[in-house]
Design a protein around this ligand. Structure first.
Ligand code: UDP
Length: 491
């Protein structure tokens, strides 16, 4: 089935331009797109993906569409779904393969399943699409659907792939073997890094970096009072004073040593605003490097940092670790999440009690997107360091977001994170995210060198303003769509 999602109206370009450091970005977008927007008259740009919430793509689409609309480009957002849940197991496997992970094997059964579901979806989607429209398909799940509709209607289509590996290995070859018959029918393809482009697509590929919306609930500036208010309303902090607004509809939950989830202030307040706090927020996915991060924190608390000054020792002793992710049931196309969370629960429960008391696994309610975004914002704005210890990362908005807020980041050298952070300039980098000793050392520097981390955080913030805001992204995407309308390659 195909669900068309209504996109709420957001701030106008003039609203953005009132903000001192966004004035130039808006002006640049207007002048870069002025000559191409007339090409889109009488057409709709269809953006298609596989989930309306959870994950970086769903996060970015609405604002991007709002801005395109204001520039005079009509857009619609279609989300594919299917009752055949095995499809999402296959596409999850495919996602892992394109990141170079998993058994490099795609069977005839897999190919048939992908083809069949794509055809079922084609039957639903095709009647919605007009003869002058253009498709902008996101990620592998709907790539088959897009190719079939493109071919059947003879319309231009662009495929944007948000994942990839900067290497050619048996796993990536297996993944591409499933997708090649579909994605090679597109006129243009877009990747987040040049390193991700497979050779068979090199004649039609373009580069667009993911980006964030500086006015979104997740990325707008919060005053200290607003941060305290959100933490209180989400149940993340015990407030000594009455809250200004009622609690959120659902509260954050925290894993307990007995394996159950209880309110986040059980058994004690997390003291988020009152001690050095390290945090990773991501989906519950093994590729995010959760397990070595927790192990690294254990080493950081233990013997590895025995020979430090009394002041550093006090900082290390006080430091807490927050491992934060969405309620697993909420992310439809991520069937592994529950399993990964179970493994982490087990690791948490077997930590020495003196370390475990400083570690919290938090599950964020996902039902209300606005509340979720405000919680993520308050956390990213208030912790000492945000870590993104990914083994693989397509881009990693979870790093871009704290960078924008001026919060120091510590990231792995996964290709997507390398696109954003110049090591030692915008943040520190862990060369091998699977090595807990390296993680522990990097955590030590991050906690014990406050001046250095503040300098890098300022640089990171400037970098986001220059490279990774939604204005740059919309300009680049419209350029590629316009090129496709003028000169489709694969008709
Ligand atoms: N996210 C969220 N709530 C969570 C966990 C993640 O809103 O509990 C958001 C996060 O803030 C980011 C997106 O999901 O905007 C994840 O995007 P990213 O590019 O980092 O990774 P992906 O999930 O696409 O692999």
């Amino acid at each position: 089935m195909i669900e068309v999602i209504e996109v709420p109206t957001g701030p106008s370009l003039d609203d953005y331009a009132t903000s001192m450091h966004l004035t130039d970005a808006v002006a640049e977008l207007r002048s870069a797109t002025e000559s191409i927007t007339p090409l889109f008259e009488g057409r709709t740009v269809w953006l298609v993906n596989s989930t309306a919430r959870g994950g970086g793509v769903a996060e970015m689409l609405p604002r991007q569409m709002g801005i395109m609309e204001e520039l005079g480009v009509r857009t619609r957002w279609a989300v594919m779904g299917t009752d055949r849940h095995e499809l999402f197991h296959l596409t999850k496997r495919l996602h892992n393969l394109l990141h170079g992970m998993g058994e490099p094997c795609i069977s005839d059964e897999d190919r048939n399943l992908y083809e069949e579901v794509s055809r079922e979806l084609q039957a639903d989607f095709e009647p919605m699409v007009g003869p002058e429209d253009i498709l902008l398909i996101h990620d592998p799940q709907p790539a088959g659907l897009g190719a079939l509709v493109k071919e059947s209607l003879g319309i231009p289509a662009v495929w944007r792939c948000h994942i990839g590996l900067d290497d050619d290995v048996p796993a990536t070859r297996a993944g591409w073997s499933l997708l090649e018959p579909y994605v090679s029918r597109y006129d243009r393809v877009i990747f987040s890094a040049e390193e991700y482009v497979p050779p068979f697509l090199s004649d039609r590929s373009g580069l667009v970096r993911p980006a964030l919306d500086p006015f979104s609930d997740k990325n707008q500036y919060l005053t200290p009072q607003e941060i305290i208010d959100v933490l209180g309303r989400a149940g993340l902090a015990i407030s000594p004073h009455p809250l200004l607004s009622p609690p959120f509809s659902r509260q954050v939950e925290r894993l307990q040593p007995d394996g159950s989830f209880k309110p986040a202030t059980t058994p004690d307040d997390l003291r988020i605003l009152h001690r050095p706090m390290i945090m990773q927020i991501s989906r519950w996915d093994r590729l995010k490097g959760w397990a070595p991060l927790m192990k690294g924190f254990e080493l950081f608390k233990g013997e590895l940092l025995r020979d430090v000054s009394p002041q550093d020792r006090r900082a290390i002793e006080q430091t807490g670790l927050l491992l934060v992710g969405p309620e697993p049931a909420a992310v439809q196309d991520d069937p592994e999440a529950v399993e990964v969370l179970d493994e982490l629960c087990h690791q948490y429960r077997t930590l020495p009690p003196e370390v475990r008391k400083d570690v919290a696994l938090l599950s964020l309610p996902m039902e209300d997107q606005e509340e979720n975004a405000r919680i993520v914002n308050a956390l990213q704005s208030s912790v000492t360091v945000v870590v993104q210890n990914s083994v693989r990362e397509g881009f990693g908005l979870t790093a871009t977001e704290p960078m924008w807020k001026g919060t120091p980041v510590l990231v792995s050298n996964a290709c997507g994170l390398r696109q954003q952070i110049r090591p030692g300039t915008d943040g520190d980098m862990i060369q091998d995210p699977q090595d807990p000793v390296q993680v522990a050392r990097a955590l030590g520097r991050a906690v014990c060198e406050p001046d250095r981390r503040a300098t890098m955080a300022r640089s990171a913030q400037r970098r986001v303003r220059e490279e990774f805001l939604v204005f740059t992204q919309v300009a680049q995407e419209l350029q590629i769509l316009a090129q496709t309308l003028r000169a489709p390659l694969a008709r």
